[in-house]
Write a protein that binds this ligand. Structure first.
Ligand code: GLA
Length: 731
């Protein structure tokens, strides 16, 4: 049983495979968050209910009296605004009287097998055997606001998910000012916070800092999750490392504005909240209506930051991503973008396909520029009909030729955008995201299309459907190349303008859902100026996301390491390009980590390059399932001036592993020993290169010294090697 309720102590115990989470219904129906951490058998946690109450003019509940309990210090399960809990609140709802004092108390609960969906939004899924759900109803008796806190625990992994529903049970309208999806009250502030910051071409850098008194965290108000911060945060023990120590990871399954905040208070305790960013948000809740806040995936482990990542990876692979390409090999693709930009036509693309058809590439992807009259980035978004000057006769002749060469065909779209120079804009100037009396800001010469509107979505969808249903298209890259300012929709009345951002992202999800439902066989890749919308919400729709527009393998090391903090390797689009800093072998070795492909002009490949590409694709097939289904171990990360990056994939049954070593900048000839991770110490492994056999114990505890040849090979800027070991009988 994952979830139990002890009536005597009025405590809920939520157990995953290795963690426990304990909630108490306290006096007057206050919900307390007594424990989250390594699995424990206890339910008597009365000592955990109290914290020092009088440190800062703390206030008392008049019924309970001034006897120790104050909402300001108590480990409140879901912190509310204005009712004597002065820490960052998860919930604030303004009522018909104009105040936003919000105070919810327990009224009922349900425990059931499986896990509910969140209507219209992405969320992880589970069978009835995999997960159990607890729903706690709590009501604000004064306003009639009912909150349902939804917790699902997984019995085969250390994952718990949280989400929240708000229902207006009153006869008056109310306005949600903030509704976070999760709230945790930790009893100390002895944690470091890990977040992922970035920018275009340099996404998801790992940043670790000790928690300090006050509020800290990561946020986006760009309309998308964004390049700048990722909706991920971890609180880890100060002493935690990659391989040991406590780590709590939180990841919001949402692609819009988010907020992940930790506040450390006067008691040196920590509240952590994650959810929709309350800045630029408000939601009108009429009588009888329900609002659904998105899901947070919570991971706990005491086996280090690496294990936290692996728990996320396995969970997303098994319980979030929906695609036939989880179990089927994904095609090796070639994308024309970096090689041609907008300058292509049918002949050029066919020549690309011809050049790669003999080396094992499976698919040609035609990127931006095939529609309207788009010859540079200043026109035609919204006009999703073929540019026949570039592609005479439409897509059909091109696709037939590509297919005849034995390749599949993929296409690029940017459905949520509109160019001022487009037929669509000329016909519907009010269909762009805008507010009254202001000329909306431009980004890459484009405006954002108001997909919060159903009529707009129908128009775009019909245009997309016409192309996708009439042509044999195997893959779709969905781009999003700017942030959203001037956030408003012509259809939203003034009092609802702050609903725009959330309505926009729901519109995006609706469009993606239409795509998935109508074309379930399509391989769907998300993108946003590289990796500007790399979040679990997007992974629910597409099994892979273009990780970054930066395809230089040495830059990619940091980007891929950072992204792996919570996202599986197979979700990261990774291409070999014409970048200059390394040779082709390292380009291939780094791209192998992700969803592999090429992004270069193949027409002038030398014989030597052809051989290299062939052998890279052979490696791709050789290691495919090991990388897709295996566990990622980060051995040496490329941050903090490190001159190398080393990582490995270990089969889940520990029968095989590969390790990749990349030198970023060469140094004086170090003696190089790679200490493997995650092997079975009692089993033996054969180095496929030289046939030598070693125990897992030796490979992990003593490590594998590189031989002289290997040392010379990797002692150059940008050099790399892969070692592959399979299980062997004892030597
Ligand atoms: C974005 C993407 C690129 C490419 C261009 C096309 O920048 O990240 O891969 O598709 O748009 O305009």
């Amino acid at each position: 049983m994952g979830i139990t309720y002890n009536e005597e102590t009025s405590t809920f115990k939520l157990d995953t495979l290795g963690s426990s989470y304990i909630i108490k219904v306290y006096q007057e129906g206050y919900l307390l968050n007594l424990y989250y951490g390594k699995k424990i058998p206890d339910t008597n946690l009365s000592l955990f209910e109290m914290r020092m109450p009088n440190a800062s003019f703390s206030l008392a509940n008049p019924v309970i009296g001034e006897h120790g309990f104050t909402p300001d210090s108590a480990p409140i399960e879901y912190g509310c605004n204005g009712a004597a809990d002065f820490r960052i609140s998860a919930l604030a709802v303004r009522n018909v009287n104009g105040d936003d004092v919000t105070d919810i108390r327990y009224i009922a609960h349900r425990i059931y097998k499986g896990k509910p969906v969140i209507p219209g939004q992405p969320a992880s899924f589970a069978t009835e055997d995999e997960a159990e759900t607890l729903e706690i109803d709590a009501i604000d008796k004064v306003t009639g606001l009912q909150i349902t806190l939804v917790y699902a625990v997984f019995n085969n992994t250390n994952v718990m998910t949280k989400s929240v529903r708000a229902t207006n049970t009153s006869e008056n309208t109310m306005w949600i000012e903030r509704i976070f999806s999760s709230c945790n009250d930790f009893p100390s502030m002895d944690y470091d916070m890990i977040t992922l910051w970035g920018r275009w071409m340099k996404e998801r850098n790992v940043e670790r800092r000790p928690l300090a008194h006050g509020v800290q965290g990561a946020e986006s108000k760009r309309g998308v999750s964004g390049h700048a911060q990722n909706p991920f945060a971890a609180l880890v023990a100060r002493t935690a490392t990659e391989d040991q120590g406590e780590a709590y990871g939180f990841n919001l399954v949402y692609s819009g504005n988010f907020s992940a905040l930790a506040e450390c208070d006067f008691n040196a305790t920590t509240r952590f909240i994650m959810g929709i960013n309350p800045v630029d948000f408000e939601w009108t809740l009429n009588p009888g209506e329900t609002f659904h806040a998105p899901e947070v995936v919570c991971v706990y482990t005491d086996e280090g930051i690496g294990e936290m990542s692996r728990i996320f990876h396995r969970f997303y692979t098994n319980n979030l991503i929906r695609s036939k390409y989880l179990e089927e090999k994904r095609p090796v693709l070639i994308n024309n973008w970096e090689a041609t930009y907008f300058d292509f036509n049918t002949d050029k693309l066919v020549a690309f396909a011809e050049a790669v058809s003999k080396v094992g590439v499976d698919m040609l992807v035609m990127d931006d520029g095939w529609f309207g009259h788009r010859n540079k980035d200043d026109s035609s978004l919204g006009d999703w009909y073929v540019n026949e000057e570039k592609l005479p006769g439409g897509l059909q002749p091109l696709i037939s030729k590509v297919n005849e060469l034995g390749l599949k065909f993929g296409i690029w779209y940017e459905p949520e955008m509109i160019s001022p120079d487009s037929d669509l804009y000329r016909a519907h100037p009010d269909w762009c995201v805008h507010v009254d009396n202001r000329d909306p800001m431009l980004g890459r010469n484009q405006l954002v299309l108001d997909v919060s509107r159903e009529d707009v979505r129908d128009n775009i969808w019909n245009q997309m459907y016409a192309v996708l249903s009439k042509n044999k298209i195997d893959y779709l890259k969905w781009d999003f190349n700017r942030n959203i300012a001037d956030a408003g929709s012509a259809l939203l009345p003034p009092e609802r303008k702050k609903e725009f951002f959330h309505r926009f992202i729901l519109g995006t999800y609706d469009l993606m859902n239409r795509l998935m439902t109508n074309f379930p066989d399509l391989l769907f890749e998300n993108c946003s100026g590289g990796g500007g919308r790399f979040d679990p919400g997007m992974l629910y729709y597409s099994p892979q996301i273009w990780t970054s527009d930066n395809t230089d393998p040495l830059s990619r090391l940091a980007i891929q390491f950072g992204t792996s903090m919570c996202y599986p390797a197979a979700t990261m689009g990774a291409h070999v390009s014409a970048s200059k800093r390394t040779g082709y072998d390292t380009k291939g070795n780094v791209a192998l980590w992700g969803s592999f492909g090429y992004e270069l002009d193949p027409r002038n490949f030398t014989e030597e390059q052809i051989e290299l590409v062939r052998s890279q694709i052979a490696d791709y097939h050789k290691y495919y399932w090991l990388i897709r289904k295996g566990d990622l171990y980060r051995i040496t990360d490329p941050f903090n001036g490190s001159n190398k990056a080393v990582w490995s994939f270990v089969a889940q049954d520990k029968s095989e592993f590969m390790v990749t070593y990349v030198t970023i900048t060469k140094c004086e000839m170090d003696h190089i020993v790679i200490k493997m991770k995650g092997l079975n110490p009692n089993r033996f492994y054969k180095n496929e290169e030289d046939g030598q056999v070693y125990s897992g114990a030796l490979l992990m505890y003593a490590g594998l010294p590189l031989n002289m040849m290997q040392m010379f090979k990797v002692n150059q800027d940008g050099a790399s090697l892969i070692l592959h070991f399979t299980e062997a009988r004892e030597a």
